[in-house]
Design a protein around this ligand. Structure first.
Ligand code: UD1
Length: 351
């Protein structure tokens, strides 16, 4: 039996490993092990997703927690290397997305000669001030296998010198997660708990350091949203809450709530009239749901959500004029709920 490590650390990772774990768990040729580095640890940021997505407790929990980039990355490397050397040496390490653990575990694994596959490889914002961009570039410079969500990612990797035979366009794993949970999302009707009606509200999320780490920037965002004639539901990331506490009271059309679990959040988004966000994954989920999304960033590593999907990049300066021109877009190729199956078949063929 081949041992496959599925690395997860922070909120967006849990959605990406879940369909793959479920696709692999009953196979007679492999043992998928979930490695949780512990970067996100609050119930609502971590365990709530394990519960919603039917994941078992992680097989190995590294307990890394919060810290500066250097601290978090270094602690993850130390803990993951120790795990691989002393307790569970895998035949393949699967890292997902672009968080600090993606970088840390791929470096630690390669240094002890393990094979590394990057799921969601090749995305580039071309903005090296984003920590995630550094994580993507470094991970993609040392991985053995590259599984991409869209053709633009293949092209980025080829430009960077990755050999074509190592790159496989597998589609978007986050859409598998939505499809897997669709029935439960559709029956949840999370808007009712907030006394809302479908299409009568918008959803707001913000957690990028460039938007939320500076009080004046966040104040300006809140004031601008305050001028829009919509009610906003704002599930607040812990990183953002710290700064928001200095900005009370918020405009009356913004209702802050705790971070939501996967089913509640997707239920809320699927009945929203539109979304304002700086998230990566939400650009993709709204594209699939054909809900207009206004992304408060200068760049995106997911350009297909703009060229094909319902996403538009906006700034504080143009948000008010852009918001009256929503778009629905269409769904990119291979965002079909069958990505985990494709990845499983690739893994089987390389083991
Ligand atoms: C991380 C990822 C980012 C991803 C985001 C999703 C990196 C570099 N960043 O950013 O790509 O989009 O997760 O949420 O890996 N905190 C808590 N409880 C928790 C987790 C964090 O209170 O369970 C607080 C801590 O004060 C921490 C801060 O939030 O210092 C930021 O958390 P961190 O994991 O460092 O980065 P995120 O902003 O969550």
């Amino acid at each position: 039996m081949k041992v496959i490590h599925l690395i997860c650390a922070a909120r967006p990772n849990f959605m990406k490993i879940a369909p793959l774990y479920h696709a692999l768990k009953n196979e007679n040729w492999c043992i998928p092990e979930i490695i949780h580095t512990g970067q996100h640890y609050d119930y609502q940021m971590s365990q709530a997703f394990f519960d919603d997505l039917g994941l078992p407790s992680s097989h190995h929990y590294l307990g890394v927690g919060s810290g500066s980039h250097g601290e978090q990355t270094a602690q993850t490397m130390i803990a993951y290397e120790k795990l691989c050397v002393e307790r569970s040496r895998p035949d393949l390490v699967v890292v997902v997305g672009d968080v600090n653990a993606t970088l840390a575990c791929s470096i630690a694994a390669k240094k002890i000669h393990l094979k590394v596959a990057h799921l969601e490889a090749g995305l580039r914002s071309f903005d090296r001030t984003m920590p995630e961009e550094i994580n993507r570039i470094v991970t993609d410079s040392i991985s053995d296998y590259y599984w991409t969500p869209s053709q633009d990612a293949n092209e980025n990797l080829l430009t960077e010198g990755v050999r074509a035979e190592k790159i496989k366009l597998v589609g978007n794993i986050m859409i598998d997660t939505y499809c897997m949970m669709q029935e439960r999302i559709e029956s949840r009707q999370a808007y009712q708990q907030l006394n809302l009606s479908p299409k009568d509200y918008a959803v707001l999320t913000l957690h990028r350091p460039s938007n939320v780490d500076f009080t004046e920037r966040l104040r300006l965002i809140m004031e601008t949203i305050g001028q829009i004639d919509s009610s906003f539901i704002f599930p607040v990331h812990p990183r953002t809450r710290k700064i928001l506490e200095q900005l009370h009271p918020l405009p009356s059309n913004i209702k802050m709530v705790e971070p939501l679990g996967y089913i509640d959040f997707l239920s809320l988004v699927s009945h929203a009239s539109y979304v304002v966000s700086d998230s990566g994954g939400i650009q993709e989920e709204t594209t699939y749901l054909r809900i207009p999304c206004f992304t408060l960033r200068e760049t995106t590593e997911r350009p297909i959500t703009v060229t094909m999907g319902s996403n538009q990049l906006v700034s504080i300066e143009n948000l008010l004029e852009m918001i009256v021109h929503p778009k629905m877009g269409s769904i990119p190729p291979l965002w079909d709920g069958k990505t985990a199956e494709r990845v499983k078949n690739i893994i089987k063929s390389i083991m």
